[in-house]
Design a protein around this ligand. Structure first.
Ligand SMILES: [Zn+2]
Length: 152
């Protein structure tokens, strides 16, 4: 297990806990874009800098609506919970080939169910995998469990 030492994260956690409401909703409603580091107001979503970046340019794309997850992602989590009963998920994107994107020209979110004792996330996305179920069986189970209508 590798650990990255990042003491500034504690400052972030404490700041966030102290805030009266949601930092994203406050930034959107506040109208002080430069102070909030809100870079761009789009339709339905906005772009805001992470105040405690992992790298330069670390930004976040945030839906205007205060939701814990994205709608289709939420549906996927619901179906996966129902079918596989995972204990947690990794949800994320690799943007560009250098970052590990297999299909770099069409952005996509990975949703990876996790169980205690399974391989770590990097191993999950690496070349070697051990899967206990054939893909067509996984397809059949998820397709059958997906709520109607099939389209978002
Ligand atoms: Zn919010």
């Amino acid at each position: 297990m590798k650990h990255l030492w990042s003491p500034w994260r504690m400052e972030y956690i404490q700041d966030h806990t102290r805030a009266s409401g949601c930092i994203f909703c406050e930034a959107w409603a506040g109208g002080e874009d430069e102070r909030s580091l809100l870079v761009h107001r789009g339709q339905g979503a906005f772009v805001i800098l992470n105040r405690f970046p992992y790298t330069s340019g670390h930004l976040m794309i945030v839906p205007v609506t205060h939701l814990p997850t994205l709608a289709l992602t939420q549906a996927a989590l619901t179906v996966l919970r129902q079918v596989y009963r995972p204990q947690a998920f990794n949800v994320g994107a690799n943007i560009g080939e250098l970052a590990g994107a297999g299909i770099a020209d069409h952005v996509h979110l990975h949703v990876v169910p996790r169980w205690a004792g399974d391989t770590n996330f990097m191993a999950t996305l690496a070349e070697t995998r051990v899967l206990p179920e054939a893909l067509d069986e996984t397809y059949r189970r998820l397709r059958a469990a997906w709520p109607e209508p099939k389209a978002p």
